[in-house]
Design a binder for this molecule. Structure first.
Ligand SMILES: [Zn+2]
Length: 293
């Protein structure tokens, strides 16, 4: 895109090229209507993913009434048009979505966007807050801690605002270009406590710098999180940030392990759109938790 701009600035335009064409009619009503039913999504992968591959994979994962129509507008960037507003909302509510273990972030359609300049800055994740005292498993506490990470969308608590369980779940809009937060210290009545975070449906991330938007290739950080100097050390980020296997174990009818039944299971039911969204096994992902339902 920059190349084109540079080239354009160097051009000596002919008289007829200087003429500005009036476009008085703006965006047509049927374009707006279609836009209202649409979202824009990006497969965050270096590898090119074709329209049919992503469209077929997401149709299997989403299982909505009528499959969304995908149009490629840039490398790995697609406009997705749904049959109904309810389908579109269900897919928005079920975020994040993964394709082959990489993130498939979604953003609203906007008729002013230029293909090639569409930015995907953030996505919504359920974050589990571990090692929190029972007395602090509340909406207020979830909003306070979650708010230090990103914009809090919801806290998974009962009507009374209390969310007792193995951990507190907070739905947060998270930047894709900042290291994934591993936890927060809180000061609780003079005690300094480390609250550790785990992410549900966390895609592949860069284990060096902790960013979601790229994997190790092309990262400017060394393993210690410092730039330039190469020092082999413990990776600062890892698969331990990911809630591992939780979905698979919860839904297995043969499993006698009930440790995942309960709060997590209830919210799983509430949020049916999230089911099966962890990836598509046919694409050979490393994670096994895609065998849902
Ligand atoms: Zn990195």
């Amino acid at each position: 895109m920059e190349d084109i701009e540079v080239r354009w600035k160097q051009l000596r335009l002919l008289e007829e090229e200087e003429v500005v064409l009036e476009i008085p009619f703006g965006e047509k009503e049927d374009v707006k209507k279609k836009g209202d039913l649409s979202l824009i999504g990006k497969v965050c992968s270096d590898r090119s993913v074709g329209k049919d591959i992503i469209s077929n994979a997401m149709a299997k994962i989403w299982r909505i009434s009528k499959r969304a129509i995908f149009q490629e507008v840039d490398k790995n960037v697609f406009v997705l048009t749904f049959a109904t507003h309810a389908d579109k909302q269900r897919i928005l509510d079920g975020r994040p979505w993964l394709f082959d273990n990489v993130l498939f972030p979604l953003r609203p359609y906007d008729g002013l966007l230029l293909p090639g300049q569409i930015k995907f800055e953030s996505e919504i994740f359920w974050v589990q807050l571990h090692d929190l005292p029972l007395g602090l498993m509340t909406r207020e506490c979830g909003e306070r801690i979650g708010g230090s990470v990103g914009k809090v969308i919801a806290v998974d608590v009962a009507d009374d605002g209390i969310g007792w369980g193995r951990f507190l779940r907070v739905k947060i809009e998270i930047s894709l270009y900042k290291p994934v937060a591993r936890g927060r210290f809180i000061n609780h009545k003079g005690d300094k406590l480390w609250i550790s975070f785990q992410y549900e449906k966390l895609p592949k991330i860069c284990f060096r710098c902790g960013c979601i938007a790229h994997i190790q290739t092309g990262c400017s950080m060394d393993a210690t999180g410092r730039q330039d100097s190469y020092i082999s050390d413990v990776m600062q980020f890892g698969a331990w940030l990911r809630v591992d296997g939780g979905l698979r174990r919860r839904v297995s009818p043969l499993s006698s392990d009930t440790s995942f039944v309960g709060k997590e299971g209830e919210s799983h039911k509430k949020d049916a759109a999230r089911e099966g969204s962890v990836g598509s096994s046919e694409h050979g992902g490393q994670r096994k938790e895609m065998e849902v339902v």
